[in-house]
Ligand binder design. Structure first.
Ligand SMILES: Cc1cc2nc3c(=O)[nH]c(=O)nc-3n(C[C@H](O)[C@H](O)[C@H](O)COP(=O)(O)O)c2cc1C
Length: 205
């Protein structure tokens, strides 16, 4: 995806939890509120509970599964991506890692990516965030500097799924805004013109 259609910024949001009532989903919903503060933002929510995703065994069959092709199409037509994962044994969830194994740099190249980690324990999800950042770098995505780690997930949301700590809410909203802002900058006609001019420059020896 090189340009905007009707100036619309497309953001794909990936939920890395399969739990029916997921704190990661609740966190992503707050970040999505941040993206919607801008006009012309279109969101595609990738809910892995609704996709039949095979394990990656490095065969054509797994890469060409309809679910993988569908997710790949959503990502390739997006300008930015927000990924939320629960912390599982100090890292991202297996279902999310497996999905990323099935994807490639063609899906993340030129995408601006925001990361959210959600942990049950009091230490938070910084290890999950570090691992996701590293994997997305391998996939040639541009991870924004801000990230959000939620600790003690069960105590961070009320019974209706609303986030309790206003500071955490602000951080999630800012993350959503940052992804839209940099996705826009990354793909705006002015930026693309700058890249073109840059590529035309001859380097004097
Ligand atoms: C297999 C498994 C491993 C987990 N490992 C950790 C962990 O290492 N650190 C932690 O703080 N919480 C851990 N948790 C708790 C989850 O991070 C926590 O329940 C989180 O809220 C799950 O996100 P979800 O509600 O979106 O599914 C683990 C949970 C499961 C099921």
């Amino acid at each position: 995806m090189d340009n905007f259609v009707d100036n619309r910024v497309k953001i794909a949001v990936i939920l890395g939890s399969l739990r029916e009532i997921s704190y990661t989903q609740m966190a992503l919903e707050v970040a999505m509120k941040g993206t919607k503060l801008y006009n012309n933002v279109e969101i595609e929510f990738i809910d892995l509970r609704k996709y039949d995703i095979p394990f990656c065994d490095d065969t054509e069959m797994c890469y060409e599964a309809p679910s993988v092709i569908k997710i790949s199409e959503i990502l390739r037509s997006s300008h930015g991506v927000i990924i939320g994962s629960p912390e599982y044994h100090g890292s991202l969830s297996g279902v999310l890692k497996n999905l990323l194994d099935l994807l490639s740099s063609k899906d993340f190249k030129d995408k601006v990516v925001g990361l959210i980690g959600v942990a049950g324990g009091s230490v938070g999800a910084s290890n999950t965030l570090r691992d996701m950042r590293m994997i997305i770098r391998h996939l040639h995505g541009w991870v924004v500097p801000n990230q959000v780690s939620i600790a003690r997930s069960r105590h961070s949301f009320d019974d209706t799924g609303q986030i309790i700590d206003p500071q955490l809410e602000t951080r999630l909203i800012q993350l959503g805004q940052e992804v839209v802002k940099f996705a826009f900058l990354h793909h705006s006609p002015t930026a693309l013109q700058l890249f073109e001019d840059w590529n035309k420059l001859t380097i004097e020896k």
